[in-house]
Design a binder for this molecule. Sequence first.
Ligand code: ZN
Length: 417
Amino acid sequence: MTAPRPTASPVGSRTSCCRICGAPSLEPVLDLGAQPLANSLVRREDLAQPEARYPLLLCRCARCGHVQLSVTVSPEIMFRVYPYVSGTSETLPRHFVDYARDIAERFLGGEGFVVEIGSNDGTLLRAFDRKRIKVLGVEPATNVAKIAEDAGIPTRNAFFGESLARAIRADEGPANAIIGNNVVAHIDDLHDLARAIDVLLAPDGVFVAEFPYLVDMLQGVEYDTIYHEHLNYFSVAAVADLFGRFGLTLFYVRRTSVHGGSIRIFVGRRRETERPLTELRSLEARLALAEGTPLAAFARSVERQRDELVAMVERFRREGRRLAGYGAAAKGNTLLNYCGIGERQLEFIADRSPLKQGLFTPGGHVPVRGPEALLEERPDYALLLAWNLADEIFRQQVDYRQAGGRFIVPIPRPHVL
Ligand code: ZN
């Protein structure tokens, strides 16, 4: 591929140097084209307006190997209003209950002070025993922060960084645990994040964060994990490198199945690391991830997957079949816009979130309706965009399936279930 485009970026965005080592040497891996923001659903009255599009270009740092996006869209544009609320899916809250128990038992001895960054509607913090554990959320999306406050979760409506960390420490004391659930990948200034953790964390405190794992994304051909909000695609080696620069140690890591394969990292001030960390670093060494070896194969697999999905959809349409989609999540919009699938191919997309129903997907302008639309309209096929929640959706849509409806699962290779 050619070198990244020069520094002229669309309004509201800029081209970055490596977010870990600072080198101005990002090499392109996969170009997903100019895409609208994956969470910026469109209102009916705005459908005729032009949508802002930004380059969606996955890159790798030639110096340190960190995989990241080259173009940063202003967080004020991406995160001040946010349609995604954790509580609307059944799978995530159960996962959060286990997550909260894990942290409380291993690191808090049942009491202490927990801060969550990117706390969304407060679902995870609600899972802690708040009689014994003080909790505080930090959430930049004003509409979502208010939902959490209304549910009784103290929440700062702000972006997390070093200055906010100092303010929280002055007001509330040091945190025994800081949690970042699917938020670290979103952060542009990773050095500011690491400094903020160092400022706010108690001497024996732990920073626990979970985000999609680069190895899972590559091996599962999960390119729909890539959207403008996800600026970073971490290997274990990159995480250790980042925090190590600030005197913090990545001492433990666990793989989880959330979002198509994630890692939960544990960072603190102690020195010794634990075995799972060594095992994943060996895995990454075997794959030659630091040298970027698996990335070219990933890019080829993504193109093949797109071609197969487009061919399948076109064949069904030629046969007169009716198609819809399921799951108006951000990841689905990356896939739809990269494949050029929109309102011409899909009659609607079903989604359980009331915040999304009545809106239209960015780029392709497919109307979003409630899940009952599948039974009312009976499309022959539903393209499963939220494939990471497949089990839950198949369970909920048993009536649609018994009525003859079938699901197209796009990933890792498109197939019909
Ligand atoms: Zn770098």
